[in-house]
Design a protein around this ligand. Sequence first.
Ligand code: AMP
Length: 440
Amino acid sequence: MATTNITGIKGFNDILPDEVGKWQLVESVVRRILSAFGFHEIRIPILEKTELFARGIGETTDIVEKEMYTFEDRNRQLVTLRPEATASVVRAFIEHGLHLRPTVRKLYTIGPMFRHERPQKGRYRQFHQINVEAFGIEAPMIDAEVIYALVTFLEELHVADVEVHLNSLGCPRCRPPFRQRLEEFLAGVDHLLCDDCKRRRLTNPLRVMDCKVSHCREVLAGAPRMLDFLGDDCREHFQAVQDHLTDLQVSFTLDPSMVRGLDYYTRTAFEVLARHLGAQNAVGGGGRYDGLMKAMGGPDLPGVGFAIGMERLIMLLGEAFHRPSYGSLCFLACLGAEARRRGFRLLQEMRRNQVPAEMDYEEGSLKAQLRKADRMEATHVVILGEEELARGKAILRSMETKVQEDIPLDAIVERLTALLPTPPTQEPGRPAKTKLLWEI
Ligand code: AMP
């Protein structure tokens, strides 16, 4: 029978071991920074009922209209692979009554999202986001704070050449007059718009402002601006957001054409654009969504948040990020059956004590084992032969200095721990050193 290779699905990427270091770095920096900013991690499912997104994102958005992975499960329930996280976080927040616990109103989550878009550089069908949401605070300080957290995060990762674009989308009170003027304007220029815009003009006119087609952009340059329609409250709020950002020395550009893709945004909207990314240049974006929680059946709590696209962020790390060497590695070269058995135990002890270690699981000559140690870029080699075993010792050799020392077998782990730098991250609540095998 002929066999063909099964390949991955278009737009769904593998993240190979060479790349994973960057992902881990991003995740650990984001966790550190967000926890300093008072955000708690929440993990939400990948699959939700379709109606959650239809209601939470908006029926007439691109995402809901054409991009969702929706199917019937075996119980004929309509389910969707999440295209974004906010609707799910809000659902979980309401479902578990988190508003009753004032300490968990600032949440973040990291994970894959799914959108059936046309794949291209920086745009995939499965991609990953870091999502940050702060509920229950109306004050403009929190808008500035989430933007500041995002900027701090990019700075920590040495991602330069990014611009914060800022707009206000007003609120349900000041948007209708704007919408009406926009509809009138769009009706007048309909013949100049692309087919998508012609359709959106009737279903969701605000989205027309977001069109990236260049001749639409030219036409839209003359469109009315939401900023000119803000009511007093919204204008003051927006001004205060800008003042706080200025105080925090975050530079930003006012961008009246930026409307963001989702229906639920109110007031502050922002995007972080990177000059180096080409067509798909938005690294992250977010804004305020004061009516969403209530619209989804929860308490009337305002919200503000953002999403960062991890693939795009990692593309930006490229130059700034030097692949860390695999760090220290101890290679155990064992000769003879007895030494190999003892060495295998020693290998596991090293690992339990945070000393990265490897050995050759197949019997081989010392020369072959040392060649392997070299290929693996081992920083240290422990040589354990029958003779060393009889003396209860092993030879520890530094591959850098070539210096060798005789060390008692039961002191090797301690010696290596002292020689090797401590691993950068310690899992919370774990002691730095675990017990040796014979102590257990
Ligand atoms: P959005 O939820 O559309 O505002 O997206 C937030 C961020 O997620 C964007 O700024 C991108 O960095 C990233 N993103 C959105 N869609 C995709 C996609 N199809 N592929 C890769 N990244 C994406």
